[in-house]
Design a binder for this molecule. Structure first.
Ligand code: SF4
Length: 315
């Protein structure tokens, strides 16, 4: 089956979800960010367990409708950083392209769940802007998820970016392979191999159960192209806030040559307050992790603060 057909089978209806998980989730019908869950991830949810760490990440809960002080629609200041319909400029040398609204899954804590995505097709304005800014060295393809784009659109974009002399690096920010590893097709691999820019892949995985054999094989295919694969995780209450889970995640990543890059403090987006872990607790977990596994396998614990010119290191 093609990855597009697998994507079309995503669970998006409550009836399907309840039947699949054997959990009555009717409490949660009215949420802003729609349910969107790949079957692969749904299969990893323990039947009947409302506390399951995969379920918590992807299945809407009534708590999302609670308004919490200090939680915002745009917690990381995306909107003020917008410099073209589909680009954000926050940091020196780098520009981020919001390539698409589409994702393989909807994560309940996503800081971009309220983003006002541009409707127009193509990237003409953004490419002109990148050509005109010779301080830029790296383009980050984000979204949504850039691997939601077809290979044709990705190739056109990569070709346009590769023709800009001052650009040296291309970075993918993607969670797609975690839900639908079938996206890493031989055609995509060929396209990545041809890219003259040094390419980096930054995946997003929070729990070791997300990394099954198919997912790891897909990531290995990317690594075999000479593309480094890094992971960003978000510290989430009830998902990965135990030392055993974090150790399991970091060790599995290290065993597969994937660098644990960042552990993010939760971005305070409205509706996600129930996911927050205190920084005191996060520091304690990282400290403990350092005593248990190799230093290179321990992520840097960071926070994104709106209007700051880099990530802020917590620990
Ligand atoms: S995959 Fe990324 S962009 Fe998409 S919903 Fe999840 S966190 Fe947000």
């Amino acid at each position: 089956m093609t990855w597009q057909n697998i994507l079309r089978q995503n669970i998006t209806s409550w009836e399907q979800l309840c039947a699949f998980t054997e959990i009555d989730l009717i409490e949660t019908k009215n949420v802003n960010f729609p349910l969107n869950l790949p079957v692969r991830l749904a299969q990893k949810i323990e039947k009947g367990n409302l506390e399951d760490p995969i379920l918590k990440q992807f299945v809407p809960r009534a708590k999302e409708n609670e308004k919490s002080p200090f939680y915002q629609v745009d917690p990381v200041g995306d909107q003020p950083s917008r410099c073209a319909p589909k680009s954000l400029k926050k940091y020196e040398q780098r520009i981020l392209l919001v390539t698409t609204q589409a994702c393989a899954m909807h994560c309940r804590y996503c800081f971009r769940q309220n983003f006002d995505y541009a409707k127009q097709k193509g990237f003409q304005e953004e490419i002109s802007q990148i050509k005109g800014d010779t301080t830029l060295r790296e383009v980050i393809l984000s979204g949504g998820d850039p691997l939601s784009l077809s290979d044709r659109v990705l190739k056109e974009l990569i070709d346009d970016l590769s023709s800009i002399p001052h650009l040296k690096r291309l970075r993918f920010h993607t969670r797609f392979p975690i839900g639908i590893p079938e996206r890493i097709t031989p055609k995509l691999i060929a396209l990545l191999k041809e890219c003259p820019l040094q390419t980096w892949f930054v995946i997003h995985c929070n729990h070791p159960r997300e990394l099954d054999t198919d997912v790891l094989q897909a990531l290995k295919a990317i690594q075999k192209c000479g593309i480094p694969v890094l992971n960003q995780a978000v510290l989430l209450r009830g998902v990965n806030d135990t030392i055993e889970t974090l150790q399991g995640l970091c060790e599995t990543l290290a065993d597969n040559g994937i660098h644990s890059y960042y552990l993010h403090q939760l971005d305070r987006v409205q509706g996600a307050a129930h996911f927050e872990v205190s920084q005191k607790e996060g520091k304690r977990l990282i400290e403990e992790l350092r005593t248990r596994i190799a230093g290179y396998a321990v992520p840097t614990y960071v926070q994104e603060i709106a209007n700051k010119h880099s990530k802020s290191v917590i620990f």
